[in-house]
Design a protein around this ligand. Structure first.
Ligand SMILES: Cc1ncc(COP(=O)(O)O)c(C=O)c1O
Length: 413
């Protein structure tokens, strides 16, 4: 399968077992439990020897089908699908972090991720060390014998900074620290995570993958590249059966089933369809976003346009290298004031005021007053959140209509 192109691989990925009726779309397994012929068979399934499904909080055929398609898309060793992007992030760190350990990462993060690190994990005695990920020396200096992970958003939301992962990976390999990256903003059709040194990928499948914001979901993608025994904070993870890493084994056999963060079968069925159309949607959305960002970067009422593909972006070179010049469907505009941002957004007619990303519909939001509304001024400063910034997520409407909508709304400012 690996010599096939992206969409062919996803669409052609086989079911776990052939369907009894030869259905082309896997029927939705909307059930909680599975019956066994005898006691030894159910005991063997619980010992993990047969790969049979037992209970849908542990695994389910519809969810497994979705995970197999993500494996085909990413080239990963194993994939775990979950109820949301935040579930993917929290489960990953509950598997890896322990009291006294620390995580090194940029403070420029999606709001709930920032809050999870600063509040939730801190309460369990896990330290978060904020660094500027553009400065390799800061990363090197922050890592010590208690560092259990480096974490980054591949493209930060909403700042649109792009981490130079191949360069950072060299530091982490030397120090024996796994690289965990949130790739929600750039999908696998243009980004090869494994080649960039990513060990574990977390992704909100709510966004590009769901296929029109049908449902919330998340994925943890394990490339099988990290030697978990080389880091003393991670070497205590139990020995897995062959075929999975220590991390994925702990995730599946302990964390996911104890926290109950599973994806539902209905969500898996919807997002499987979304995954099959990912590449065509992404290419169209990304091209439109690029065009809009370029066009409005020189508008007299725009103070600054943010998009990694713009010549003015300090991240253009790294973005071109990592994303084959196709850096996604999110861009930002800074206006002169918060009041201008509100006036502008209220005048939009095609863009919808909503807080998601990569729906088929184009969306707009003012992050400072919404996603970061509960942050103190100090937290906003640390997270790099400005009140003059408007964030756009570009959908599948005609580029011309979106351009006219923004043009008209800027006239209202
Ligand atoms: C970069 C990033 N990571 C994670 C999440 C969380 O995803 P979810 O809403 O599916 O929990 C989001 C949500 O917007 C996001 O933008």
């Amino acid at each position: 399968m690996n010599d096939l192109h992206f969409s062919t691989r996803i669409i052609g990925a086989d079911f776990e077992k052939p369907d009894a009726h030869g259905a082309l779309a896997l029927p939705v397994y909307r059930n909680a439990a599975f019956e066994f012929f005898d006691s030894e068979a159910i005991a063997a399934a619980f010992r993990g020897e047969t790969g049979e499904h037992t209970y849908s909080r542990i695994s389910n055929p519809s969810v497994t089908n979705f995970e197999r398609k993500i494996r085909a898309a990413s080239g990963a060793e194993s994939v775990v699908a979950l109820s949301s992007g935040m579930a993917a992030i929290t489960d990953t760190f509950f598997a890896i972090a322990s009291a006294g350990s620390n995580i090194v990462n940029s403070p420029h993060l999606f709001g709930n991720t920032f809050s999870f690190f600063r509040s939730t994990l801190a309460a369990f005695g896990v330290e978060v060390r904020f660094v500027d990920t553009d400065d390799p020396a800061q990363i090197t200096d922050a890592i010590d014998e208690n560092t259990c992970a480096f974490f980054a958003e591949l493209v930060t939301n909403p700042h649109l900074e792009v981490a130079d992962l191949p360069a950072i990976s060299k530091i982490l390999r030397e120090k024996g620290v796994p690289m965990i990256v949130d790739t929600t903003l750039i999908p696998w059709c243009v980004f090869d995570a494994k080649a960039c040194g990513v060990d574990i990928e977390v992704v909100s499948t709510t966004k590009y993958i769901s296929g029109g914001a049908t449902s919330t979901g998340g994925g943890i993608v394990d490339y099988g590249t990290f030697d978990w025994m080389c880091n003393k904070r991670l070497a205590t993870m139990p020995q897995p059966p062959s075929g999975v890493s220590r991390f994925t084994h702990k995730l599946r056999s302990e964390i996911v089933r104890n926290l109950g963060t599973v994806m539902t079968p209905d969500t898996a069925a919807m997002q499987t369809l979304g995954l099959e159309t990912l590449q065509v949607r992404y290419e169209r959305m990304s091209a439109t976003a690029h065009e809009l960002a370029r066009h409005f970067s020189s508008h007299p009422k725009v103070v600054r346009a943010g998009y990694p593909g713009l010549e003015t972006s300090p991240y253009k070179a790294v973005s071109d290298a990592l994303f084959t010049g196709n850096p996604g469907a999110m861009f930002t505009l800074d206006l002169a004031s918060k009041a201008d941002c509100f006036r502008f957004m209220d005048a939009l007619r095609v863009f919808r005021r909503a807080t998601n990303l990569f729906d088929n519909k184009s969306l707009v939001i003012h992050p400072e007053s919404t996603i970061y509304a509960t942050f103190t001024p100090e937290m906003k400063r640390t997270a790099g959140i400005e009140e003059t910034l408007v964030r756009f997520s570009v959908g599948l409407e005609a580029a011309e209509d979106l351009k006219n909508d923004i043009e008209r709304a800027l006239d209202a400012v």
